[in-house]
Unconditional design. Structure first.
Lengths: 389, 389, 389, 389
């Protein structure tokens, strides 16, 4: 058993931490951001800085210019990046990192050249379009109502999707749809690549959300007989949910990593504040009412970090780690949100202002308990697995 | 012992509830709102509707056109108003209701005519300016650094304040300052009324906050030798903190009342959603993972309501109820926030959007655990009182 | 609305409190107790003291020598009695108080003379035998497997029961059984009175339990064709579960009352200890890590008390109060156990010794979250009711 | 990074698990146990079985016949042993294991032969006597009131100690005392070895406790001028608290390991029960109200295990790991107790009986949050370390 980092990885972590502190944190107050996230211009500046620092797309396979990071290595790198909400954009590990992984796993060589390479270069962005309004796909993805019906060699995809993150910034969309054959028989769900601007595809609205960190925000969209050719099918027809799992297990963990960094940031701010701010005759950090919150923060950060690294290690061993990644997701999304909440509480009134990074992280981390499966769905799945034994 | 409402009060509650549902809730999507709260125009429309419905300033003394509501009656009325974040504005019970109460308790008849009457009419707005930057007044109000130094018959007030709610909308400000006599001896804290536009008073900035429900938002301001005449002193010199307590005990409770209404709103939305939304083969409300959250919501709402009404009843008996109002504040600010959080969780991804009222309430209720004393300060005070016995 | 106590009730509360402190608390170390509760002799001494103090069976109807206490009055009286685990025995409000209430509601006049009167006099004890081994009745009482089959005019009752509290001390047992008619058709569950010593009734074993406060402990028993005559049926055939509800709603509340008293006892011990015990340079009560626990205790005690009294008031108004009594049971069983747990924690190592009353209360209160419906069953029922609307 | 076990260690774990299941679990109902723990005879039988299985004192250094287990290896071995409360006795890893470690670290070769060797052989038992009544040593060990005054070459030790675990079974006691020189100057605390039966040493009483797993129970004792010769001093005079830390960091972790095993046991029982027991139409494990508890159990067990192993690994690297062992202690003592509590709750009423191992574990694990520093002391220390930075 070995919990240590190699000197190279420790050095990489330090480099990223310095980069984020020096180059990215100051951009957090950049006005090129609104309720729908950082603007395209700001994202390009982040990309430029990441590339200049030699930190862009480190997770990419070596043939695409990355370091081919293992999952454990990602745990270190992405946590360091997450210290600022803008950090992962500068390293190209959010948004889209889940799509990168999935394409790497299931796309054909041609598809990789066409879509994965430019994603990793930063030339393109993608979306992963599963969630639907009207009692369609959500916590239970099998409720997908969007359909794909054959039309000659092609498919016509129709339906509605919402909570589609980064829609306006994306060059293409990976759309999950229930697929039928010519006779109307159900073949299962399939993932189709739909280009931005495809005839029949339109944005119904951009949604107003609690979170504001994702470039492009979130959209509700409609597909009306959007034609998709065979070469735009990812993997095999009917295996869409299975591929989604391929994407989701590691994607859940990368969320945990980035939020770990963000929660650590809040904790650091709270510690600094607790040393300085005085009340009732001494620094508030000398009040146990405050110092116990800091102790709990440190414990939660520590245990989340161990859980993430362990699950990553399992993935690196070739295991599916479904239960471990579910446990990690539940635990991190709940505990890290508490770390952020306590940090805000330590700052008192000023904690709910944008004078520090905490308030924004507070708003944004709330959604982490919802996306990639709300806690309840993971507990449901874990419970069933336990009962089955 | 009697937990019942009089028929008149029950009828009033019903009327307010209907008014809020029919007239106010539809205004929640009104575009005349931004990150710094509803605009002056929207507030005036809310005021107009409240007055037309005969529900404006019900808590005002009868000589000022109100019903002279007891504290228990306020508990019923303000909860009903709070069902929409805009409801209390339409009933004139937020913001400013704490100032109304304090002025009623400590102002001279002349001062009441000058300031209380127009506040209750809706002609003016006020702020309560205590909190300060730079290790000044906050959770520990005795740390006030703003000073008032005599200059002939007048005082010159100097200092900085922040988190001053509604500054831009207010016609006057109640400013807490450490007061000295001509010899520089400390006389204690005093409350001074400073008019908007007074020479030496200026806004440094408007603050960006997690909450967005208070008209005018929150400002950081500076006072530089602002001249205040004797007739603008509230109560006696040096008794400012004591008056603040007069204001705070009931003010804490009225926050609890309004947030009780808002939390109930979220719960109602969650219940409706849980009946409709399906996952894994049945309405999500039939999953215990969801229905247990709803049960916990109902319990918390019920117990918070009992606690509020009990503390109000004590105030109505002429008791100070300091411990009870502290307990109420801690309990309601923590439990009602959980009700809102669970409601959001029930809705899943869409809960973090502005498609329902929940996400906005979620953001705004966070500050409730901070203002009027964070939980830690109340627990600290309660603990000391328990130890003293 | 009125949260006040009448002077008479306040005086009665004071009297009971004094009685328990002076006469009962010293008996807590009496050696006539073991893992199966206080012995018969000790119970008789408690009964004698309660009678001499004029505090025996206060809840009994006036025609049976009691005060005919309302539910709200019971809330005050039983909490005061519960300050010692032995107090309720001295006031005859535990065990058996649930049976008293049920018999008063559903027994015929003859049955009341035969069973209720001596129970209230202290001449007899009863058990309420519902719970069963082998996937029989438990959290879901409808799973009763014990049967009652007609045999001429009589019934023959057969089955197994366990967790039967006070079996060895009881003169008769109220046994729930699935009832059939002569043709074998199911008539529903019925309650039968079975005398101690009835042929076919035997104790399989006395069970070793976490709790040790109930006289006689808990037994597993067997009934084999126990003959029951018609006059021993309580209420109508087939309505057993409905009567059980009649018993359970108030019975749940009286558990809450008594445990409220016991939890208050623990809190009082913890407060006293926190004033005396020193660590790290000052009394531990001056450490917020301790004083916050005491503040939380006080809040939980206060809110539980309000909840109990409110539910009682509803019962006094003639309402069924099923949801309120469920909420009360969940809330009190969870929160009061936390009060006890925190009190133990305040005392540190010595808290887990029998040097104070806390450790014993800690052991005993655990079962409160299980009997009369575990929290999960109440949340399940509450959730269903909420969904139904 | 490597979270894997070597094949040898995995095999050892399996062997211990089998041994405990086959040889030790059946002894749990052995009548040779009472409120003060398993009797000497039962302990000897456990020792015999452990030796026959080749599992006795595996943690001992190789020169004393053990495997010289690293801390990480202990984590695996002790968790497996802890699956039964009697398991650690059979492996000689409780009680006394903390003393073994401390003696190994600080005793002279002669002292090791005299005391450590027979402890590891199972010929002798020891106690660690620090805690005192009367506002003496406890959570704050520096409050030691027991004194050691020089008398010629010897010391005379006087004072009172309580909560001394295993006093009646021990051949010698390691007594912490404030040491003075001949002039009465304070030299700091020192650890003295006092033999059972030494003149001046006596037991005041055996204490009644919530826990019942430690052989010999817990005693209150008195030392009155107990003569101790120089060769009976452990380490240097005045460094007692420092040595106690040497003992406490790993000792805390070994408690975590054993309780991890015990909590896992409870979880396993609950899972099995949840599969079998039916309520409301299906196995209770298919109710999310139950399965979510099982999911939380699994998460807590998993994260506690990771935390323990990580802290052990740090110790194995030669680090002091004070913060990590504190975090581990707080986290495990709180979370594992919740695992046990939830397991009990899953079983309902029968969970509070001794029909399964849960109730006993429930009672015993409560003290884990108290000994080796209550949670509050660890949070206090962690908070101070965080503030200091």
């Amino acid at each position: 058993m070995d919990f240590g980092l190699s000197p190279e990885l420790a050095e990489l972590e330090r480099r990223i931490h310095d980069f984020v502190a020096r180059e990215i944190v100051p951009l957090e107050d950049d006005p090129r951001q609104d309720a729908h996230g950082p603007s395209r211009e700001l994202c390009l500046e982040l990309q430029r800085r990441g590339k200049e620092a030699g930190l862009w797309s480190l997770h990419a396979p070596r043939q695409y210019g990355g370091l081919g990071l293992s999952h454990v290595e990602r745990a270190i790198v992405f946590e360091a990046a997450g210290y600022s909400l803008l950090g992962p954009i500068a390293l190209n590990c959010m948004p889209g990192e889940g799509d990168h992984h999935m394409l790497e796993m299931i796309a054909t060589p041609e598809q990789k050249d066409r879509w994965l390479k430019p994603l990793l270069d930063g030339a393109l962005k993608s979306t992963f379009a599963v969630t639907e309004p009207d009692n369609g796909a959500g916590a239970d993805p099998t409720q997908v109502m969007t359909t794909a019906r054959p039309d000659g060699e092609d498919f016509l995809v129709s339906g509605r999707k919402w909570l589609i993150t980064g829609y306006r910034e994306a060059a293409f969309h990976i759309v999950m749809a229930q697929t039928e054959d010519a006779a109307g028989a159900r073949l299962g769900a399939t993932m189709f690549v739909v280009d931005a601007g495809a005839p029949g595809l339109r944005e119904i609205r951009r949604m107003d959300m609690l979170d504001d960190m994702f470039p492009g925000g979130h959209s509700e969209i409609e597909l009306e007989n959007v034609r998709v050719t065979r070469d735009r099918i990812l993997g095999e027809i009917g295996r869409g949910f299975r591929y989604a799992q391929v994407r989701l297990c590691p994607a859940r963990l990368t969320h945990c990593m980035r939020w770990l960094g963000a929660a650590r940031r809040c904790h650091d701010i709270a510690v600094k504040y607790a040393r300085w701010r005085r009340a009732f005759g001494k620094p508030i950090g000398e009040h146990e009412g405050v110092s116990f919150m800091l102790a709990d923060n440190q414990m939660d950060l520590h245990h989340c970090r161990l859980a993430v690294r362990h699950a990553c290690w399992l993935l690196d061993q070739g295991e599916e780690a479904r239960e471990e990644s579910s446990m990690c997701k539940v635990y991190c999304s709940e505990k890290l949100a508490q770390v952020v909440d306590r940090s805000l509480q330590v700052l008192g009134g000023i904690g709910s202002s944008n004078d520090t990074a905490i308030a924004r992280i507070y708003r944004n981390i709330r959604a982490f308990r919802l996306y990639d499966g709300p806690s309840e769905v993971h507990r449901y799945a874990l419970g069933r697995a336990i009962l089955k034994g």
